[in-house]
Design a protein around this ligand. Structure first.
Ligand SMILES: [Zn+2]
Length: 309
């Protein structure tokens, strides 16, 4: 959706609220008290009333806007900005675009949207042929643990480990300029360490047991064949990486570049949510304008659980 279409579709608070309500009802309102799914709409109070137990649910409760005081239109603008470009927007930039005087509520809003992106993708289990590798992302050390010896300026840097998995099918006859593998769904998950138990658990949780994994020869991966149908591991030279694990490496470097360009420095506790946004958009790269509506579905489907003071 381009900017003109967005403004025409959502010219005011009411139009955003109506769209939000429409999507909420399509997904379905569930009574948090008795789990009943049929409700009356009380227009004067802007609440749903359960047909079974009369419990009232506000339009925002149980969604990404749970307890939010910000106007619907702010949320819609943020969703539009986040989905209208391949790149990302910082909360600071979204605050400027909206023209709100306080930064904190906008920052919270944007993070909440990233959390629902992560939740939506969290429901997907990777399958088929999969590339798997780990990468390091530069994050900023918290103030108190900064080592004085580390470089000043951009803040002391720490390396946060991330496990990256991409569905990636080998192309049978590769044409000129074409990649040797075609990519499907992508996942990036922060990991505490590279112990094999840690990696095993993630593969168990996020990858179908029928799939086939390709990795390098790292000792972190030695037990993966217990969790999937096939595991090919080999020592990969630098020159061969782009051939054997092309998509994990390309997405790691694209994500790093995007984080650096948009946020300059990232705290380790927020890296997952930036990666979730990156993967969410990568996984919907062919959706075109529909990605805004998809994010709206996620926004009405998941209750905000982002807490940070
Ligand atoms: Zn009820």
């Amino acid at each position: 959706m381009n900017l003109l279409d967005f403004v025409a579709s959502f010219p005011d608070e009411e139009s955003c609220k109506q769209k939000f309500k429409e999507y909420r009802e399509t997904v379905g309102v569930i009574c948090s008290k008795c789990k009943h799914t049929e409700h009356y709409w009380k227009a004067d109070k802007e609440q749903y009333e359960c047909k079974n137990c009369s419990f009232r649910t506000t339009l925002k409760s149980g969604t990404v806007m749970h307890k939010s005081k910000l106007p619907y239109r702010y949320w819609f603008i943020a969703m539009h900005l986040l989905t209208s470009t391949k790149k990302s927007f910082s909360a600071k930039e979204i605050q400027r675009q909206i023209g709100h005087n306080r930064y904190q509520p906008i920052w919270h809003m944007v993070h909440k949207l990233r959390v629902v992106m992560g939740k939506r993708d969290g429901e997907y289990i990777l399958a088929g042929q999969i590339e798997l590798d780990d990468g390091f992302f530069s994050t900023v050390k918290p103030e108190e643990s900064k080592d004085k010896k580390l470089k000043r300026g951009r803040g002391s840097q720490k390396r946060t480990k991330v496990l990256v998995m991409a569905e990636s099918h080998k192309v049978v006859s590769v044409k000129k300029g074409q990649k040797p593998r075609r990519v499907g769904y992508l996942k990036m998950q922060i990991i505490e360490d590279l112990k094999k138990e840690t990696i095993n658990q993630i593969v168990k949780d996020l990858v179908s047991e029928k799939s086939s994994l390709d990795t390098d020869g790292s000792t972190s991966y030695v037990e993966l064949s217990d969790y999937v149908n096939e595991h090919h591991s080999e020592v990969i030279s630098k020159e061969k990486v782009c051939e054997i694990l092309p998509w994990v490496h390309m997405t790691i470097s694209n994500a790093k570049r995007q984080l650096l360009n948009t946020f300059h420095s990232v705290k380790p506790e927020f890296l997952q949510s930036y990666l979730d946004e990156f993967c969410y958009k990568f996984n919907r790269r062919y959706f075109g304008e529909a990605i805004f509506n998809r994010l709206l579905v996620a926004a009405v489907s998941y209750k905000n659980e982002f807490r940070y003071v």
